[in-house]
Design a protein around this ligand. Structure first.
Ligand code: NAP
Length: 260
């Protein structure tokens, strides 16, 4: 029996956990940060909450005798990815990053790509007065000083910040479809969108809708993540797992076979 830890909090991590149930000889533990009030949980084992930094993660991996780790966290969850890469390096564990590809601008997209929220906030007054802020709830504070603008803010759970930007909160969980996104943008007379370049299909409809309506999208670029083996889809992650679980021929066996 081998033990796999999936660092999750994404749809991809959930799908991966489900897909690994077909693999015999593997016990799977999914780890969630515990941010979402009612997370969709996989059928297999789940643990919730931070580990306590890099050292806490090292201790957890050791104490629970984890053999393999897959980091399937969100592309914008940088700290846990840094900690994971460092912890597996210390313990010498096989490690894979599952990260969906970033969206790329297409003809008729009007993207303004920025490195961080401060840069996004600086751009907004020049783009319009009514903004659709689709960055989740944790970083809303970066826009709270923009008191002359009006924001439609969408997140899964309500924010727990002392101050949020002026406007309206919309609590909703994807996937979202194009028709509904078009209706939303028109109903609220949105003039610009702020989005993370999350990739994947679940939240891509707002980008399609912006293209169709000719709206600018302030697109937050992904933070840099540590180097390491990575794939962008579940099938390749499962292939990687199989390759890790298949006993490798011993060099000695190979040599003696060649000599025969
Ligand atoms: N950032 C986003 O835009 C976004 C969007 C959708 C989903 N998510 C998911 O939400 C979670 C939190 O995101 P974040 O941006 O706050 O991450 P982060 O900044 O990288 O992580 C902050 C701390 O939260 C804990 N943590 C994060 N992911 C964890 C996991 N899967 N299991 C156990 N502990 C975890 C770790 O605490 P310790 O140091 O104590 O171990 C980590 O140092 C992630 O799991 C991510 O996949 C994030």
């Amino acid at each position: 029996m081998k033990k796999l830890l999936i660092l999750g909090g994404t749809g991809d991590a959930h799908q991966l956990a489900t897909a690994t149930q077909q693999i015999s000889g593997l016990t799977v533990i999914s780890s969630l940060a515990g941010r979402t009030q009612q997370p969709v949980l996989p059928n297999s084992q789940v643990r919730v909450g931070g580990f306590g930094g890099e050292q806490g993660l090292i201790d957890y991996l050791r104490d629970h005798q984890i053999d393999l780790v897959i980091d399937a966290t969100h592309p914008f969850a940088r700290q846990i990815s840094v900690n994971a890469a460092a912890a597996v390096a210390v313990l010498g564990l096989p490690f894979l990053v599952l990260e969906r590809s970033a969206w790329l601008p297409k003809p008729h997209d009007h993207w303004l790509e920025v490195a961080d929220h401060q840069s996004a906030a600086e751009l907004l007054p020049s783009l319009g007065q009514r903004i659709f802020l689709t960055i989740g709830r944790q970083e809303l504070g970066f826009y709270a000083h923009l008191q002359d603008l009006w924001f439609l803010m969408r997140s899964i759970d309500p924010p727990d910040l002392p101050i949020i930007p002026p406007g309206e909160m919309l609590l909703a969980k994807g996937p979202f479809d194009l028709k509904a996104e078009l209706e939303l943008l028109q109903k609220y007379q949105i003039q610009a969108i702020v989005s993370k370049n999350s990739g994947g299909q679940a939240t891509y409809a707002k980008i399609l809708a912006a293209r169709e309506l000719g709206l600018p999208v302030v697109m937050l670029q992904r933070p840099k993540t540590p180097a390491g083996e990575r794939v962008d889809n579940i099938e390749q992650a499962i292939e990687w797992l199989h390759s890790q679980l298949t006993p490798q021929p011993h060099l000695f066996d190979f040599c003696s076979h060649q000599d025969a």
